[in-house]
Ligand binder design. Structure first.
Ligand code: 2DT
Length: 208
């Protein structure tokens, strides 16, 4: 049995990642592909609860401390993610280490320092970057509720994302209709799945 694929959604706040990752899992499941949704931060764990308290501005933490908590929140999920991939489950992940680096680097922490704690995590096979200008994101419902949802900061975050893009990334215009975006992403995912069936690649390690 081939291992599952690791499909990642990244993007600025309110770009539609949660909607699209949920729809992708549904579509894959309906077509007989075993798939599971994973979301970072995972606010349900002990570390995730500390992250949630920070994001909702109930507690304060230094930029360095919150960065390391986000990374630890990924490391604590690695065993389960590896097991799932090895069992043939395709993981559709909503945010990951690229969000970690983009948000902390936008606070002026060094790139190298930001990447270091996430080196060696499982690497995504395919990344979809839902691109939206923060001015358009600000018009969407629910914007501005959490600590990072400020225009200038989001513009900085978007620049940092662009500086990390690699060959496995596709930039998707997040202003298109949700149906159109879904169709585009599903087609790209099916191509990646087919390629993987024809020529399976081992699970990769991030930034090594
Ligand atoms: P959601 O709105 O997607 O729940 O994210 N963030 C996220 C970081 O600063 N570092 C990270 O490593 C991750 C995964 C992005 C909540 C906020 O947390 C930010 C938005």
């Amino acid at each position: 049995m081939a291992r599952g694929l690791f499909i990642l959604f990244e993007g600025c706040d309110r770009s539609g990642k949660t909607t699209q990752s949920t729809r992708l899992v549904q579509a894959l499941t309906e077509s007989g592909v075993s798939a599971k949704l994973v979301k970072f931060p995972d606010r349900t764990t002990a570390i995730g609860k500390m992250i949630d308290a920070y994001l909702t501005q109930k507690t304060q933490l230094s930029d360095e401390a919150i960065h390391l908590l986000f990374s630890a929140n990924r490391w604590e999920a690695m065993h389960q993610m590896r097991t799932d991939l090895e069992n043939g489950i395709t993981l559709v992940v909503d945010r990951y280490a690229f969000s970690g680096v983009a948000f902390s680097a936008a606070k002026k922490l060094g790139f190298k320092w930001c990447k270091a704690p996430d080196v060696g995590l499982i690497a995504p096979d395919r990344v979809f970057f839902l691109d939206i200008h923060p001015d358009d994101a600000a018009k969407r419902d629910g914007y501005g509720d959490e600590i990072y949802e400020k225009r200038e900061f989001q513009i900085e975050v978007r620049v940092k994302f662009f500086s990390m893009m690699e060959a496995s990334w596709s930039i998707v215009d997040a202003l298109k209709s949700p149906d159109e975006i879904h169709r585009q992403i599903l087609a790209l995912t099916n191509t990646a799945l087919k390629r993987h069936t024809d020529a399976p690649a081992p699970i990769g390690k991030l930034w090594t």
